[in-house]
Design a protein around this ligand. Structure first.
Ligand code: FES
Length: 100
């Protein structure tokens, strides 16, 4: 049986952080969490989503998680609180950045 817990997620959107509380299962990635937020809580959230990849291959889902840049699809959610920010300062919208 999968164990789930509530995770508090703060996401930098423009100049302000927006908070969400999300039900997360064991082994869930940051990408899974973002997709859950988009599908169930807020479909205005912008982030890189690549259904065909989702396995650390394309390298495009970079995001800053608790201050460290990583691939959202390869970063497991182990914390009860997450802070997500764009990985560079050339932000198009929310967590989507222009690639340098
Ligand atoms: S979706 Fe391709 S590396 Fe994450």
């Amino acid at each position: 049986m999968e164990r789930s817990r509530k995770v508090k997620v703060k996401i930098l959107r423009g100049k302000v952080f927006q908070e969400y509380t999300v039900e997360a299962e064991e082994g869930m990635s940051v990408m899974d969490l973002l997709e859950r937020i988009y599908d169930e809580l807020d479909n205005t959230l912008a982030f890189f989503r690549h259904e065909a990849c989702h396995q650390e291959a394309c390298g495009k889902c970079l995001v800053k998680v608790n201050g460290r840049v990583c691939l959202a699809c390869g970063r497991e959610v182990k914390e009860d609180e997450l802070c997500l920010e764009p990985y560079n300062d050339r932000v198009i919208r929310d967590l989507v950045c222009e690639v340098r």
